[in-house]
Unconditional design. Structure first.
Length: 248
């Protein structure tokens, strides 16, 4: 006779299995999964700080005087923001005009792009090509999106034939006219005037070097890179709006 069969020939009802340990095991498994996710995740300080600064600035009117928003200037955040800017500029030039000579001199700090004059200007003229308007608009958008505590600067340096083998021309030349036209166009399309700098160096008139700097907000002066100082080069005064000055 089966253990479950009674003397009358009927089977006794068996008790239902205890499912509490099963659910408990599942809950522990899900908990362990989320603990694993948290343990392998990384904390994006620059993003969280930017969100906190934004909220603090937005609701500053309801904060007590002792809770005034403070400027975010974390070094790690500056590097990450600078690298994001460099990636944007690289994508702009690589997709629009397929420039391959892009060099990151200092990650998150300085990058250089080399191109020929016919990639920006009309052949033999001083005006910027009409089909480069999208390029300029995207550059202006990147320069204008300054992260908190940082400056994004653009320096355009063109080659110029030397006078007597040692000096740059003083008067107006095609190169200076082109630089002036480019600077005026960038500012007219919304670029920060204090972030645009142009100049000449001794070299091939068809060569253009564009330097993109990521500087701290305390660096109020736009300076040419030290390499130009050792290359007997100098900025050349050109006709620009009153808000823009060309400085060494």
């Amino acid at each position: 006779m089966s253990d479950l069969e009674t003397e009358e020939g009927h089977y006794a009802p068996t008790s239902a299995p205890d499912i509490v340990p099963i659910f408990l095991g599942l809950f522990l498994l899900v908990l362990a999964f989320f603990i694993l996710l948290v343990s392998i995740s990384t904390f994006e300080e620059v993003k969280s700080s930017a969100v906190i600064d934004s909220l603090t600035s937005t609701f500053t009117t309801v904060l007590p005087p002792t809770s005034d928003p403070t400027e975010f200037n974390a070094k790690d955040g500056d590097i990450i923001a600078g690298q994001a800017f460099q990636e944007q500029i690289t994508s702009i030039f690589a997709t629009i005009i397929q420039v391959e000579n892009i060099e990151v001199v200092q990650p998150g700090r300085l990058m250089r792009i080399k191109l020929r004059d016919n990639m920006l200007f009309k052949e033999g003229e001083t005006e910027v090509r009409e089909d480069r308007q999208e390029l300029l608009d995207r550059i202006v958008a990147s320069l204008s999106a300054r992260p908190p505590g940082l400056r994004l600067d653009m320096e355009v340096v063109m080659g110029s034939a030397a006078i007597d083998g040692n000096y740059l021309p003083v008067g107006q030349t095609q190169e200076t006219a082109r630089l002036g036209a480019l600077a005026r166009l960038l500012i007219a399309r919304g670029a920060p005037p204090d972030g645009i700098s142009v100049g000449l160096k001794i070299g091939d008139p068809g060569d253009i070097g564009i330097w993109f700097w990521v500087r701290g907000i305390e660096e109020t002066e736009v300076r040419f890179q030290d390499a130009l100082q050792h290359n007997r080069s100098r900025p050349v005064p050109i006709e620009l709006p009153p808000t823009l000055e060309v400085r060494p």
